[in-house]
Design a protein around this ligand. Structure first.
Ligand SMILES: [Zn+2]
Length: 284
């Protein structure tokens, strides 16, 4: 198994840090061969940064187990639609081993021009991007924002066809239902999926759209309507990545048992658990 979304280090005020050693120990217990480690370089949500340099340092110690991503806050320096200096920063990280970009937690509209610069550069380097989607613009929320129905995201998927986007977060997963209100968008809505939503539409129609199965938001989306959860995995197995968002010791990770026990064909399960990740990370 490859876990496509974890964090290490001191990031929360009231929780023990997840050390690389403890992360590896949990991976061994759960049968997870490799984990994508995401730096945190935006000031939203956490109390400390965990920089790309920190993640690259951990990678040096556990080269066969950890897959480092890089991160740059889009508000750095004079970043704008075509700021090449951001490209030099990312290029340096790629040379040191970074295999993707994220997690983006910046509270900006999905189509902000500073984000567009990052999307373009990541496409040029073949780096997949993991982003956290929060509420609608001007709501008190963390992560990128988009209107109901994700029009900014669709605009970006069209504008940057060479960039792979991996979605995560409550704002994304609430859109698994065709009936979602602005008040529900950054929450964990319950109840049956009576009408499919924009999640399914974007996964189906855009080759550069993927989603990771991490955190309470994905777990809620898969289990709010258990029968539909299986149908969803069976249909979109090519676009989904097993992931936990493991970030502090003792955290419950119900997605691990869920995915191990779900009844879909083995070859589809293998895609979700590791093969899609290998493809995006260009492993093997
Ligand atoms: Zn995360």
């Amino acid at each position: 198994m490859i876990d496509y979304h974890v964090h290490i280090g001191k990031i929360f005020y009231d929780r023990k840090p997840l050390t690389p050693k403890k992360l590896i120990q949990t991976m061994d217990e759960e049968g997870i061969e490799k984990a994508v480690v995401l730096p945190i370089e935006n000031p939203e949500e956490t109390y400390w940064y965990n920089t790309t340099d920190n993640v690259l340092k951990a990678y040096k110690r556990y080269k066969d187990r950890l897959i480092p991503f890089c991160n740059v806050d889009p508000r750095r320096g004079y970043n704008s639609e075509n700021d090449e200096k951001i490209k030099f920063i990312i290029e340096e990280y790629v040379k040191k081993g970074a295999k993707g970009f994220g997690e983006i937690l910046a509270n900006l509209p999905f189509n902000d021009k500073r984000m567009k610069n990052i999307y373009r550069i990541c496409g040029e380097f073949g780096l997949s991007i993991i982003f956290h989607l929060g509420g609608v613009p001007n709501q008190s929320t963390i992560g990128l924002t988009d209107e109901i129905g994700l029009p900014f995201m669709e605009e970006i998927l069209n504008e940057f066809p060479d960039t792979i986007f991996v979605a995560h977060g409550p704002g994304w997963w609430a859109e698994i239902s065709g009936k979602v209100t602005p008040e529900q968008r950054n929450t964990y809505p319950k109840g049956k999926i009576e009408k499919e939503g924009r999640v399914q539409y974007l996964l189906e129609n855009y080759p550069n759209m993927y989603a990771d199965l991490s955190a309470g938001s994905a777990y809620n989306a898969l289990t709010r309507d258990p029968e539909y959860g299986v149908i969803f995995l069976d249909k979109f197995y090519n676009k989904l990545l097993f992931a936990t968002d493991y970030l502090y010791p003792g955290q419950e990770l119900p997605i691990i048992e869920y995915i191990k026990n779900i009844s879909i064909p083995d070859e589809k399960k293998r895609k979700i658990m590791s093969e899609n990740a290998k493809k995006l990370l260009k492993l093997e």
